[in-house]
Design a protein around this ligand. Structure first.
Ligand code: F6P
Length: 500
């Protein structure tokens, strides 16, 4: 995608260069991505993966957007992960970054509170009970305004702005009010709940109204787009025709048409495929297997340590398979990478205690001097190590109870350049819509999950190859560049008004 940016007149260009990054001259951009987090987070030298005070931010959103942003001239607006630290716009990894500051209070109320203890559980099937607090909502509004202001300050006339995810649902309307010249897109990386659940939110109207400020609202699955439109109809009385809403201004005039549509996100196929073919990564995968005592089967789970990921269900099923003697620690090893996430949010603290207690119990019961049942790693790893793990794993376990997409599933399939290996995939992950040749199952059904794990462990090479080829074709034909290109092309499309 080609975009441009121009320097701002001197008087408007404020700020000091950061010590670690190159200072990006204050600019006006004709393309901007806005997300809660920047692609890099502040870190201390002793943190793993920290280079020059920065490390890659967690989560699928960054995995998906970074490849596009390194190829454009646009800017990325977001929080840099350090409360109360003011940083001026800078460049990093070939991207122009515009930091938005959050105070300690903002982190507690807007990020940990409203985003991750109200919206996150509400949008993920209320797996954990959402909490509703008016102080959190006030902070959410205030911080959304701050993100919108940062865009307004840096967007050129007629710029395209692409707002990301549930933390910033009020930003589209704020932008439209301040800058009607902008083209505004929004993409929700997580599920959008059915109106019957969304109804619980005391501020449901304001959220729908905020999102309808966009010209195009993108979702992972068509069921998410459908849920959103049903909520628009039910809670705002919007008249929805063919996934379009004619949005009215204060005087009842149509200001614009907002559309909702599914755009299933994907991964940087080229990056993962190239890494998977590198001799040193192949060697590292073999080393991992040797380090585990060369078991016949390596099973792998890779998740942020989040209650939506079904880690407890996976461990329960695995423990029962060990108890039943269907797998033994000599023949099989389960690696569970659980990257640290949202550690100050109560539900995440409880989950960590529970998962670590369960792993300790399983290992205490089944380990031998030579073999460990579950190799549990509470770390984040660089992509090279992740690809080595994907290559080492005969069976990948994605058992999410609800997940917008799950890019780990797509990365695993892409790394299997020999067309071997088996993917066990939850029907509640968006990826199940595309990866139909995975072993799709319901993670709440522990017996079903156990049977599916055993089907994967025992799968014959011919069947594995047939399934993997078909899944690889799907992903190779739909990589993340196509995702962003499709969304941005749809955003540009002229919408025909049907006022009848
Ligand atoms: O896609 C879901 C998401 O919340 C992203 O918005 C985010 O970047 C990622 O998961 C990681 O979460 P967090 O930024 O809260 O660590």
């Amino acid at each position: 995608m080609h975009t441009t940016h121009r320097e701002k007149p001197d008087a408007e260009a404020g700020g000091q260069p950061t010590p670690e990054g190159n200072h990006a001259a204050a600019s006006l951009y004709d393309f901007m991505v806005v997300s809660n987090r920047l692609p890099v987070d502040r870190c201390a030298p002793e943190d793993s993966g920290c280079e020059d005070g920065w490390r890659r931010s967690p989560g699928g959103l960054v995995t998906a957007l970074a490849p596009m942003m390194t190829k454009t001239d646009g800017a990325w607006v977001g929080w840099h992960g350090a409360p109360d630290e003011t940083i001026t716009p800078f460049s990093h990894g070939g991207m122009d970054l515009v930091p938005v500051q959050l105070s300690n209070d903002d982190v507690e109320l807007y990020y940990e509170g409203f985003s991750n203890a109200t919206l996150w559980p509400l949008y993920h099937d209320v797996i954990a009970p959402p909490e509703f607090h008016r102080t959190w909502w006030d902070s959410y509004r205030k911080v959304n305004r701050r993100f919108a202001d940062a865009v307004v300050q840096h967007a050129d006339h007629g710029a395209t702005i692409w707002v990301q995810d549930y933390q910033l649902q009020l930003v589209p309307k704020m932008l439209r009010e301040a800058r009607p010249d902008l083209k505004i897109g929004f993409f929700n990386h997580i599920p959008f709940p059915p109106p019957e659940i969304f109804a619980q939110l005391p501020w449901r109207r304001a959220i729908i109204d905020g999102l309808l400020g966009a010209d195009l609202v993108g979702f992972q699955r068509s069921s998410d787009a459908g849920n959103f439109m049903r909520s628009a109809r039910r809670f705002l009385g919007a008249s929805v025709k063919q996934q379009q809403v004619h949005v009215k201004g204060a005087n009842g005039e149509t200001t614009h048409i907002a559309r909702a549509q599914a755009f299933p996100i994907s991964i940087d196929v080229k990056q993962i495929s190239e890494l998977a073919r590198k001799p040193e990564i192949i060697e590292r995968a073999q080393q991992i297997r040797r380090d585990l005592g060369s078991p016949k089967t390596i099973l792998l789970g890779v998740d942020r340590l989040d209650y939506t990921k079904g880690i407890r269900h996976r461990l329960k099923a695995y423990e029962e398979l060990l108890a039943d003697g269907k797998v033994t620690v000599e023949d099989a090893a389960l690696i569970q990478v659980a990257s640290p996430s949202r550690e100050r949010v109560e539900q995440y603290r409880l989950l960590r205690e529970e998962v670590e207690g369960t792993v300790g119990h399983i290992n205490g019961t089944y380990d031998t001097m030579q073999n460990t049942a579950v190799r549990y790693l509470h770390h984040s790893y660089p992509v090279e190590e992740m690809v080595a793990l994907y290559l080492a794993a005969d069976v990948m376990l994605v058992t999410a109870l609800r997940d917008g997409m799950n890019l780990v599933a797509k990365e695993y399939v892409t790394a299997r350049t020999n067309n071997d290996g088996a993917l066990v995939l939850s029907e509640f992950a968006g990826a199940a819509d595309q990866l139909k040749q995975a072993l799709v199952m319901n993670p709440h059904d522990i017996d079903g999950l156990k049977d599916t794990i055993m089907r994967a462990v025992d799968m014959q090479p011919a069947e594995a190859s047939r399934r993997m080829r078909s899944m690889r074709k799907q992903i190779l034909d739909h990589d993340v560049d196509l995702w962003s290109a499709d969304f941005l092309a749809a955003l540009k499309e002229k919408v025909v008004r049907d006022d009848s």
